[in-house]
Write a protein that binds this ligand. Structure first.
Ligand code: SAM
Length: 266
């Protein structure tokens, strides 16, 4: 359990802490657990979905570090530290890989500082991606990310916390313009399942209780990759992106509710 802190409001739920509940973490409060329980009542598969999201993150970071030689990762909306974080996967392959975690929730910085105390190649920054220009100019970001060299920009499970009015597509475009060719974008998002009323009910519950949770169509997800070359196998349900083990049944909600992929800037 986390300590109370004036910087960490405990009376309202936050996305980072609700996600921590889903992953079985301990860094959350009663308000967060109440939202998670209401979500799980609608879609019990959400715990597995969170695990699929983490597993894809591990596969993508491993692939980009090992096969594409990426040495810089800008992990936006990184969430609370959990089992196997981006820097652990990347630095296992290349100990010199640089990783910058960015999250709007100050609890991420509070916990990240402790685990990163002796890792000079990794840092945590509290910032809002809705101001991408300010974020890109932060000295802590510039200290570890060289924007003259390819970067992997990670927007994993974060864009569904932005409403359409907040123009997530414009944010992605600003980020795309800031990185050189040879950079990658790794994006996942809740996906609307036309045949499953749960996806509509979950969006409604999250918007009411958490204030964010935009379930998007495959076309809306694809628009985030405009101008990028999408790597095989494309924008797919998370477990189907270069799986380590064959997926025996891809028809279930846990497989299909989140979609993602990787795009390269040419
Ligand atoms: N990326 C991690 C993963 O996929 O395992 C964590 C995803 S978690 C569901 C979404 C994270 O995005 C939360 O930690 C939340 O605080 C963060 N977030 C939401 N809106 C944000 C914003 N405008 N700027 C920065 N971070 C934000």
């Amino acid at each position: 359990m986390v300590e109370s802190s004036p910087q960490i409001p405990t009376g309202v739920p936050t996305a980072a802490r609700v996600y921590d509940v889903m992953l079985g973490g301990k860094d959350n409060y009663a308000v967060d657990r109440a939202v998670a329980e209401a979500s799980l009542a609608i879609m019990p598969e959400l715990r597995d979905i969170a695990l699929h999201n983490r597993a894809m993150l591990h596969r993508v970071v491993r692939y980009l570090a090992a096969e594409e030689g990426i040495t810089q990762f800008l992990d936006l909306g990184s969430g609370l530290p959990t089992v196997r974080n981006t820097h652990e996967v990347a630095q296992e392959i290349n100990p010199q890989a640089h990783v910058v975690y960015v999250d709007i929730d100050p609890i991420v910085l509070a916990h990240g500082r402790a685990i990163l105390a002796d890792n000079a190649n990794t840092t945590v920054v509290t910032a809002d991606i809705r101001q991408p220009g300010a974020l890109l100019g932060r000295p802590e970001v510039r200290a570890l990310i060289d924007f003259e060299r390819p970067v992997c920009v990670m927007l994993v499970g974060i864009l569904h916390h932005l409403a359409d009015e907040e123009e997530p597509g414009r944010i992605v475009q600003t980020l795309r313009d800031a990185v050189p060719s040879g950079s990658f974008f790794f994006i996942t998002n809740f996906t609307r399942l036309g045949d499953a009323p749960e996806s509509v009910a979950l969006e409604k519950q999250l918007l009411e209780q958490l204030g964010t949770g935009r379930v998007r169509t495959p076309a809306e997800l694809a628009a985030f990759f405009d101008g990028l070359e999408i790597l095989p196998p494309g924008l797919v349900p998370l477990p189907l992106w270069r799986p380590d083990e064959p997926v025996l049944d891809a028809s279930t909600i846990d497989v299909r509710f989140m979609t993602g992929g990787v795009g390269r800037k040419s």
